[in-house]
Ligand binder design. Structure first.
Ligand code: B12
Length: 240
């Protein structure tokens, strides 16, 4: 069994919904730390969780007020994808390869999280775009055809010899949609569409973002994923 197949099987067994091996050798050393390859792993958020947030006016505020953060699905899946990245990074090192986990803890521990700018040298989204997984929406989040923006992802940089992919970043498919712009309670979103020369700050004022998760959940692509599976679960209340 190839190294890719072994890694993919292991990650899917641990709960990953998608795994990609991406060529990042063309990026700058500051971005790829000298590693030629990246592993991108991700878990989708459940339709039930998305429906709960859709139907709850102040979901995050209530969650914090009721001290329920530790039970929040996105929070738990963000920890899980980070732990899976740390696990795979250690497993590659035990096989004699070099690897660097881009989990939040490891990035912070190794001094690569810029607290002031709220940024890292090589965001998971950049690697996801090079994997051909989706595009960057007006809400500055990755949008995928299958799950919308309802994913938690993490990445591992490595010199392990992997069969990789490398795609040209997809163009924005937001068109004239302004749903995220109009619903953002802090007006953090600036209404611009993304392309490869767009900086993050032309899309969002991160200092204004209150992490209410609404832009992720109410994006029509996320809603389409949610409705598709909710209807599958209860065909009787299918409005069509
Ligand atoms: C710092 C951070 C934040 C900060 C700053 C936001 C930001 N995006 O910078 C704050 C606290 C505000 C935040 C908020 C949220 N976050 Co956050 N955050 C991160 C973190 C830890 C680092 C991101 C980073 O380095 N930003 C620096 C800027 C420059 O990069 P970027 O905006 O992420 O991506 C840009 C580049 O990738 C660039 N790019 C992409 N491809 C290419 C190709 C070329 C050629 C070029 C030039 C550029 C380029 O375009 C992107 C947009 O500008 C990532 C995890 C990670 N390590 O990536 C999670 C992450 C981005 N967050 C995530 C989420 C879900 C959220 C929230 C929805 C959480 C919530 N509870 O509300 C909100 C949404 C805010 C928003 N609309 O962006 C998810 C996104 C999932 C997705 N579908 O995209 C991530 C990936 C975490 C995860 N576990 O999955 N976040």
């Amino acid at each position: 069994m190839s190294l890719e197949a072994k890694l993919k099987t292991e990650l899917i067994e641990h709960g990953a919904d998608f795994v990609y091996f991406v060529n990042v050798s063309q990026l700058s050393k500051e971005q790829n730390k000298g590693y030629p390859n990246a592993i991108l792993l991700g878990i989708a958020l459940s339709p039930g969780y998305l429906q709960e947030i859709t139907n709850t006016q102040e979901y995050v505020r209530n969650m914090i007020r009721n001290n329920q953060t530790n039970n929040d699905e996105f929070h738990l899946k963000e920890i899980k994808t980070d732990r899976m990245a740390d696990y795979i990074s250690n497993s590659l090192k035990s096989k004699g390869f070099s690897a660097y986990s881009q989990s939040e803890d490891n990035i912070e521990l190794t001094g690569f999280y810029d607290k002031e700018k709220k940024s890292t040298p090589l965001p998971h989204k950049t690697i996801a775009l090079l994997a051909g997984l989706g595009w960057i929406g007006k809400h500055n989040l990755l949008v995928t055809p299958k799950y919308g923006s309802a994913i938690s992802m993490c990445t591992v940089l490595t010199d392990a010899p992997l069969e990789t992919v490398l795609y040209t970043p997809k163009e924005s498919q937001c068109g004239n949609c302004k749903i995220c712009i109009n619903l953002c309670p802090t007006n953090a979103l600036k209404g611009n569409s993304w392309n490869t020369s767009t900086s993050r700050d032309e899309l969002i004022d991160v200092k204004k973002c209150n992490t209410c998760i609404k832009c992720l959940v109410l994006c029509p692509w996320t809603q389409a994923y949610m409705k598709k599976y909710i209807q599958k679960q209860n065909p009787l209340n299918n409005p069509d």
